[in-house]
Design a protein around this ligand. Structure first.
Ligand code: 2AM
Ligand code: CA
Length: 252
């Protein structure tokens, strides 16, 4: 199952790498910070088509288009390009995120950064891997570690809260980092390079695959209230190693 998804996702990565003049291919723009390029649409169409052939019983949810979250059974939750702003400016940090769910349960997840050729994957109950090698979260506490965050740029009503929390996290930790791709940030925690990632208002396609990868790597994935993450609505999320999670929630 994972091999087939991996093969298709890697192929889709070639579309991202072949892109040029991205900023001039914007097809939709909501305000100053939310864009869709023709490549977001092309990658999603490719994934829907190829995964649909390989998994004919599955439904599809993807960032680009209308979605029905009420379906039961097998479904893919897909972000064709997580980190579209990075992609538009050729910042070269964007990922494809593909989760296969059974009802609200993610059973397989793949996050692929084509620029670094890093492929993170997990199958429920079978651990998490980076390019085929087992990964684990770090044992570093946040007080001796790095925190990743997202700025919820599409939700200005969250800005004050995000930056107030960020200030506390910065004071508490070694330092902070911001990549612009939530899926990549979650995997960065999953493989032990950083200790915590947090952001408000993330959508299911930003986090579904990463949630499984992080959990299978021994991490904690919860919302700000300490409850399970929903894959049918936006979430304020914390992804962390267990030690760093305990420290982080005292700052919330
Ligand atoms: P995207 O690049 O696929 O749009 C940036 O802070 C992170 O938030 C990225 O992972 C980005 O994914 C995600 N994001 C983008 N649009 C969003 C939206 N409307 N609501 C919540 N998160 C979003
Ligand atoms: Ca996207």
């Amino acid at each position: 199952m994972l091999n087939k998804i991996t093969e298709i996702v890697k192929e889709a990565g070639k579309i991202i790498l072949s892109a040029h003049n991205q900023e001039n291919t914007v097809t939709a723009k909501e305000g100053k910070k939310n864009f869709v390029t023709k490549y977001d649409v092309a990658v999603q169409e490719f994934l829907f088509k190829e995964l649909g052939k390989a998994f004919p019983d599955a439904q599809f949810i993807g960032e680009e288009g209308e979605n029905d979250f009420s379906t039961d059974g097998l479904r893919f939750i897909i972000d064709p390009i997580d980190g579209t702003t990075n992609f538009m400016q050729d910042y070269r940090c964007s990922c494809i995120s593909v989760a296969l769910c059974n009802n609200n349960d993610v059973i397989a997840g793949v996050v692929y950064n084509p620029y670094t050729d890093e492929l993170f994957s997990a199958e429920k109950g079978k651990g998490a891997n980076l390019n085929g090698n087992r990964i684990k979260v770090s044992e570093r506490p946040l007080s001796d570690g790095l925190a990743l965050f997202g700025t919820s740029p599409y939700h200005p009503e969250n800005t004050d809260e995000t930056f107030a929390l960020l200030r506390k996290v910065f004071d508490f930790s070694r330092d902070i980092r911001r990549s612009g791709s939530a899926a990549y940030d979650i995997c960065t925690v999953a493989c032990g390079r950083c200790e915590v990632f947090f952001e408000k208002g993330l959508q299911p396609w930003d986090i579904a695959a990463g949630t499984l990868i992080l959990k299978e790597a021994g991490g904690v994935a919860l919302n700000y209230q300490g409850r399970e993450i929903s894959f049918s609505a936006p979430n304020d999320v914390v992804f962390a190693n267990p030690k760093a999670y305990k420290e982080f929630i005292t700052l919330l």
